[in-house]
Design a protein around this ligand. Structure first.
Ligand SMILES: C[S@@+](CC[C@H](N)C(=O)[O-])C[C@H]1O[C@@H](n2cnc3c(N)ncnc32)[C@H](O)[C@@H]1O
Ligand SMILES: C[S@@+](CC[C@H](N)C(=O)[O-])C[C@H]1O[C@@H](n2cnc3c(N)ncnc32)[C@H](O)[C@@H]1O
Ligand code: SF4
Length: 468
């Protein structure tokens, strides 16, 4: 199953769209926009000390970071985007990267103060910071806690030194253990571990032993990501050049199913394809993505989804900030924000996101949430009549009932191969008679694969604009 890191949309959306065209095909009017209220807020710290062999996230290794200037730009952009969105309450904040644990606690504090000054930031709101084991001294972590961070996501990746070396990580297994223990002491019940599986040459037993070791350390949240080979990375070059073997698909599926069985036996809830939580320690920030709530993206390359009420907008937009930190800073300094791309999402595109993201969770999509995005076509009308979705229900992979639409336990492991059919059916119900084809073809029933993708082919309306 797709167990990759964060991505705005599943590839299946683009793959399954007949003729590539949602925009213009939808006959129904856009749903009436709701009043501006709440949003999650993501902050991207784009710098790392070293480039890991597998990573193609938006990160930069530079000799020196002008932290005073970056801080000022993050603060300014957060204020601008909060004003443009007219968001009154920020439900969670997530500092991701890159390596945000390399930022000073004073930078984190300054951003949080700016957010709290521009909107209501409730006292108990989840504030996560991603930390690499090589920048997690107790002193630093205590500084982050004093700044307002109350959840730590530690990038452990592996507890095997040879694997860590292959991944090009800066830390050893012993350092990762030390980092988790330090995190545990300061963020009890709110420390999460990221682990990678499906590494070149990794056996099922080696993976299971690594996970067992991680469980001994783990607090109440764990994320498992299947390693994706990314174009332009050193690891992909080695594998594609024949120097390293990747595990076959059936072994990857076995690793995933083994891991979830171990975690569930240890008392974890499998609440999202890649995420497991105990004692209710679900990540509210990440849940807001999967529930298709509003979120604001601050910092180089950050993504957002919100209605820009403050600029007179009344439709949900997908936004991406300028990737390169130097260019982003110049834009923030001159116009208050570095938004590079703004796309108004059509009603169908919004529903595709609701479907593809919502089905990643064990709660699925409630009738109420669907209705907020689709007042005219109910879940029942879209997926209850004979068709692909009904067939998936009969096969035991999908449930549509009084609660809404969700995957069964078996279906969650197969989501990537179910989605193309569901998206295709949604498109046909939305616009009966729209051009057929372009869908998934024969469904793949593989419990591995990758749902990662960039934003789908949505219509670009304008770049930049909306400054201070
Ligand atoms: C892969 S997820 C890991 C989450 C972690 N397992 C947890 O439970 O908190 C986090 C990464 O996704 C990316 N990310 C998350 N939200 C983003 C957004 N709004 N815009 C851009 N990147 C984002 C960032 O690279 C971030 O480091
Ligand atoms: C972009 S990193 C940022 C956090 C931090 N710098 C770190 O490395 O731990 C967020 C998570 O994305 C996941 N990730 C990055 N590249 C990946 C890849 N090629 N395949 C699968 N997961 C990946 C890793 O598990 C990592 O913990
Ligand atoms: S530390 Fe994290 S963001 Fe930086 S290169 Fe490694 S995986 Fe990518």
């Amino acid at each position: 199953m797709a167990a990759r890191g964060w991505r705005p949309l599943a590839a299946a959306i683009a793959a399954a769209r007949p003729g590539g065209g949602g925009p213009g095909a939808a006959p129904a009017p856009a749903p009436a926009p709701a009043a501006p209220t709440a949003a999650a807020l993501y902050v991207h710290w784009p710098y790392c000390r070293k480039r890991c062999s597998y990573c193609n996230f938006n990160k930069y290794v530079v000799p020196a970071v002008d932290e005073v200037a970056v801080r000022a730009c993050l603060v300014r952009e957060a204020r601008t985007l909060l004003r443009l969105s007219q968001v009154q309450s920020v439900t969670s904040v997530f500092f991701g990267g890159g390596t945000p644990s390399l930022a000073s606690p004073s930078t984190i504090a300054a951003v949080l103060e700016a957010v709290a000054g521009a909107a209501h930031l409730p006292a108990g709101a989840e504030v996560t910071l991603e930390a690499n084991p090589s920048s997690t001294s107790i002193q630093r972590l205590a500084g982050f806690r004093a700044a307002g961070v109350n959840r730590l996501s530690v990038g452990v990746q592996s507890l095997d030194d040879a694997e860590l070396q292959l991944l090009g990580r800066e830390h050893t297994a012993a350092e990762a253990r030390g980092a988790v223990e330090a995190a545990w002491g300061l963020f009890p019940g709110r420390t999460s571990l990221d682990l990678l599986f499906g590494l070149p040459g990794q056996s099922r037993d080696a993976w299971a032993q690594g996970l067992e070791a991680a469980l001994g350390l783990c607090d109440d949240h764990i994320s498992l990501y299947q390693l994706t080979l990314e174009q332009g990375t050193a690891l992909a070059a080695q594998v594609w050049g024949g120097a390293l073997p990747m595990p076959p698909q059936d072994l990857l599926a076995d690793m995933y199913l083994t891991a979830r069985a171990m975690l569930v036996a240890a008392g974890f809830r499998h609440y999202e394809v890649s995420n497991f939580a105990r004692k209710g320690a679900l990540s509210t920030h990440n849940l807001s993505y999967w529930r298709a709530e509003q979120y604001i993206g601050v910092g180089p390359g950050a993504h957002g989804r919100f209605v820009p009420w403050g600029e007179g907008g009344c439709s949900r937009e997908a936004r991406v900030q300028t990737l390169e930190p130097g260019a982003w800073m110049r834009e923030v300094q001159s116009q208050g924000h570095g938004t590079r791309r703004r796309v108004v999402l059509s009603p169908l595109e919004q529903l595709e996101e609701v479907l593809a993201l919502g089905l990643r969770t064990d709660e699925g999509i409630t009738h109420e949430r669907w209705g907020q995005f689709s007042p005219h076509l109910s879940l029942q009308a879209a997926f209850g009549a004979p068709g692909e979705a009904r067939a998936l229900q009969e096969q035991g992979w999908l449930v549509l009932d009084g609660g809404g639409l969700r995957c069964t336990w078996e279906g969650l492991a197969l989501l990537d191969s179910l989605l193309p059919d569901l998206l295709c059916q949604l498109q046909h119900r939305w616009a009966p008679g729209a051009a057929p084809g372009g869908g998934s073809g024969a469904p793949r029933r593989s419990p591995t694969g990758d749902g990662a993708a960039g934003p789908s082919g949505v219509a670009e309306v304008v770049s930049g604009g909306g400054g201070e």
